[in-house]
Design a protein around this ligand. Structure first.
Ligand code: ADP
Ligand code: MG
Length: 449
């Protein structure tokens, strides 16, 4: 057993005695995983952001005092969640690896398949395009550019393409890579003597010998002109020889700041498919599917309750579902509304705010007689732009949400777009009656709900 696990086991032994409630211990402590030691810090991985918050708030002092009492050199803890964990691993990798990671090093999660991807109005275009690309890579949409807000299934659908191709055409060379990693590798190859050095050549070859390149979170190449230049050439090389490229991004190409025009235009060459927030029906279907995957049946009533509480992020939805299932097992109880409520009790309320935002969206649509799809979509005519801006303004007035979240809620827009809308609407208040009236009326509709 390694040092990390050993220390954590010792700590657990004490914690189990110190924490009187078994449930608390099982839900919050046992779900932590010791992954590393960094100097004097023990690094613990928590299953979700909300767990992390709770641990930091309520258990960290206890864990630290236990650590200190064990007389080890490790006297502090840091709680991380998956994204940070991956970044940490990357840093480690950079420290240790002198050669490039192998093509296989960027894992495609076998769980992300088309079969377990729930299709709804919000993602049907992205889904259909992804299937077409998986059937005949390089022949339909090249590149396929998928974009949408956080936790809405971009990586899932992208990796589903990878999994399908690996299964049907195992001879093809497929690479999945977060663009941040591409940036790091590029920077490293420059540091190691440029692209004509051995390292540089290896880097180039790695990318240009592929049949399918999937680059995730491409928005990270923003403000990195050198990497963009390299990516541009990689792009040309691959597409000219009929190889498939798929990008995923948290925003549309037109919304990525500091991006070379020629690269932006390449992103727009093939098909741009967005993923929107799932509607109620899709959210319920997703919860159901995820529950069944754990061989758990949950009544429609409870699924509906959960889908109402969680509106904007499927990742969060999943982690709450897992918690409900775990609690039911621990209490040895059926999954009821009460149990779900109990689980949500600890959950801070961005979700309630999201539901609040849903109300604003709904009322704005009703007031202006536009569809939600149009309001959150891309149309640019005045008839829809004004309601959209007013909607963002009202959300930002009524709810304490960061602009980035409002942007996400409003169909994955950039925070600068939200800021612009706010300023625009504020500047018209008191000058254009229509705006004053719309805002008052919409607010009244919300209060009456
Ligand atoms: P993104 O890359 O857009 O931030 P992910 O692809 O990582 O989001 O998705 C977050 C979680 O939500 C994953 O566990 C994924 O399986 C799940 N998920 C997202 N969309 C769907 C869907 N349509 N059907 C089933 N699961 C989904
Ligand atoms: Mg992702």
């Amino acid at each position: 057993m390694n040092e990390v696990k050993k220390i954590w086991l010792d700590v657990l032994g004490v914690l189990e005695r110190e924490i009187s409630s078994t449930i608390t211990y099982d839900v919050w402590i046992k779900t932590l995983e010791a992954i590393d030691i960094d100097g004097e810090k023990l690094i613990l991985h928590a299953p979700s952001e909300s767990n992390k918050l709770k641990i930091n708030r309520e258990f960290k002092p206890l864990i630290v005092s236990v650590l200190k009492s064990l007389n080890s050199l490790v006297t502090d803890v840091e709680i991380v969640v998956s994204d940070e964990y991956e970044k940490r691993e990357e840093r480690q990798e950079e420290k240790q690896e002198e050669t490039l990671p192998k093509v296989e090093a960027n894992v495609i999660n076998p769980k992300y398949t088309f079969d377990n991807f729930v299709v709804g109005k919000c993602n049907q275009l992205a889904y259909a395009a992804a299937r077409a690309v998986a059937e005949n890579p390089g022949q339909h949409y090249n590149p396929l550019f998928i974009y949408g807000g956080v936790g809405l299934g971009k990586t899932h659908v992208m990796q589903a393409i990878g999994n399908a191709i690996r299964k049907q055409k195992p001879n093809l060379k497929v690479l999945y890579i977060p663009s941040e990693k591409f940036v790091n590798e590029y920077v490293m190859s420059v540091r190691k003597g440029g692209l004509s050095s051995d390292f540089g050549k290896q880097f180039r070859e790695k990318y240009r010998n592929l049949d399918v390149l999937m680059m995730d979170d491409i928005q990270f190449v923003s403000k990195k002109p050198e990497t963009q230049n390299e990516l541009f050439h990689t792009f040309n090389d691959l597409t000219q020889s009929g190889k498939q490229i798929i990008f995923a991004s948290d925003r549309a190409p037109s919304e990525i700041p500091d991006l070379e025009d020629r690269l932006r235009s390449r992103f727009e060459w093939g098909l741009i498919a967005d993923i929107q927030q799932p509607d109620m029906e899709t959210r319920i279907a997703i919860l159901q599917k995820k529950a069944l995957a754990q061989k758990t049946v949950i009544s429609n009533e409870v699924l509906t309750y959960m889908a109402q509480r969680l509106a904007t992020n499927i990742r969060e939805m999943e982690s709450m579902l897992n918690k409900v299932i775990l609690l039911a097992k621990l209490y040895n109880k059926p999954i009821t509304i009460e149990l779900a409520q109990e689980t949500f009790k600890d959950y801070s309320s961005p979700t309630e705010e999201a539901v609040g935002a849903e109300d604003v969206i709904e009322c704005t649509c009703k007031y202006f007689d536009v569809t939600k799809e149009d309001l959150l979509g891309k149309k640019r005519d005045k008839k829809i732009v004004e309601p959209r801006q007013i909607c963002m303004y009202v959300i930002s007035e009524m709810l304490p949400l960061p602009l980035t979240t409002i942007g996400d809620i409003m169909g994955g827009r950039d925070h600068t777009t939200v800021m612009h809308a706010k300023n625009k609407v504020s500047s018209l208040l008191g000058k254009d009656e229509r705006f004053d009236k719309a805002i008052t009326d919409i607010k009244n509709m919300i209060y009456k709900k």
